[in-house]
Write a protein that binds this ligand. Structure first.
Ligand code: 13P
Ligand code: SF4
Length: 343
């Protein structure tokens, strides 16, 4: 395809949300990236939080953590370029040890992944012997390696329900743990940072940790009340990393892909997404008839580190290569593969 045709196609997709001069610059970058992608036999995976020009031009697949993990497990390409954050690229490497996995930004972290260490998980296991450990994929490989099974926002309920145990250790997101507990009927105990001498006979069913997403933690019930006052018919969708109170005050809560599907398949005068703001732009670009309200004071600084310039440099310079030590990878793969089998 010529550059002119490619640019016109990008313009048709993005003109509602991106100014034309920016589309032109991004189209030049995207055109180069897509040529290099073929030369290097690479696949580009893009999380739903990528900015609209990137999201709508270079990924071969877009999706949520679960969908992208599934695709990463199946790809036959030599190189996987992950336009997302480090824990996502690590998951792709865990599932594809023989492939090169590239993360375009040197350090695109995540406050949830940073909230817990492998040692914390070992201590929890020692405190609650025999209790299965479910770990959100928003963790690093060494934490996954200490876990029995991983989950994402898309399958957390199914994973918890699949376990033949009344008691579950659910890490590290305290809000997701609370939301899953509500859905499954289990309740949560938060170990007070593993103080020795905690009562071993606690009436617990789900043991949570105190991690939070720095983005979803910012949304409040007051935000919802304010928006509803101004737009009484708005439909509000909250990612399950929001607090249980915010989720309860919303109309729908699910993974990023399920939120996109919900907006596409329903008719409402306005929608508000309580999640990273780029997702509202991406939906608005693909569905110009939908009125997407914005609450953009909170952005994920880590997802926003991934740019098209850096993605081009990643392919040109083979950077930044994601490596996971083999002993950790093998143990982490068991937890991730078990999750993928559950659904
Ligand atoms: P999803 O798995 O729903 O895409 O969420 C990933 C994430 O990091 C949300 O903040
Ligand atoms: Fe992590 Fe939150 Fe950013 Fe998702 S939005 S990557 S959970 S900091």
């Amino acid at each position: 395809m010529s550059f002119e045709v490619f640019f016109e196609e990008m313009k048709a997709k993005l003109s509602h949300v991106v100014p034309e001069p920016e589309i032109y610059i991004k189209a030049e970058l995207a055109y180069e990236i897509n040529k290099l992608k073929i030369e290097k036999n690479a696949v580009i995976l893009g999380h739903n939080y990528m900015e609209p020009a990137l999201y709508h031009s270079i990924p071969d697949h877009v999706g949520d953590s679960l969908g992208l993990s599934r695709i990463a497990a199946q790809t036959d390409k030599d190189v996987i370029v992950f336009c997302g954050v480090r824990f996502m690229a690590e998951t792709a490497k865990i599932l594809n040890p023989e492939k090169t996995v590239l993360l375009p930004a040197k350090e695109a972290g995540c406050s949830l992944a940073a909230s817990i260490t492998a040692e914390d998980v070992r201590e929890l296991r020692a405190q609650f012997p025999g209790v299965p450990v479910v770990t959100y994929v928003n963790t690093y490989a060494d934490v996954k390696a200490e876990s029995d099974v991983c989950c994402t926002s898309g399958n957390a309920k199914a994973v918890v329900e699949s376990l033949d145990s009344e008691t579950v250790i659910f890490l590290p997101d305290e809000y997701l743990a609370g939301n899953v507990a509500k859905e499954t009927g289990k309740h949560i105990i938060f170990p007070s940072k593993l103080k020795p001498g905690s009562d071993p006979n606690l009436d617990y069913q789900m043991i949570g940790w105190h991690g939070r997403c720095e983005v979803h933690d910012q949304f409040t019930v007051k935000d919802i009340e304010d928006i509803r006052r101004e737009y009484p018919e708005v439909v509000i969708l909250a990612h399950p990393e929001c607090s249980p109170e915010v989720v309860a005050a919303s109309d729908f809560s699910a993974s990023t892909t399920a939120m996109i599907r919900y907006v596409e398949e329903t008719e409402a005068p306005q929608y508000l997404l309580l999640t990273e703001c780029a997702m509202g732009d991406n939906i608005a670009a693909a569905n110009p008839e939908k009125d997407m309200l914005r609450l953009c004071r909170v952005r994920c600084p880590h997802m926003n580190e991934i740019t098209m310039e850096d993605t081009l440099a990643a392919l040109q310079k083979n950077q930044y290569v994601i490596d996971v030590p083999e002993d950790i990878r093998v143990r982490a793969a068991r937890a991730v593969e078990r999750m993928i089998e559950i659904g």
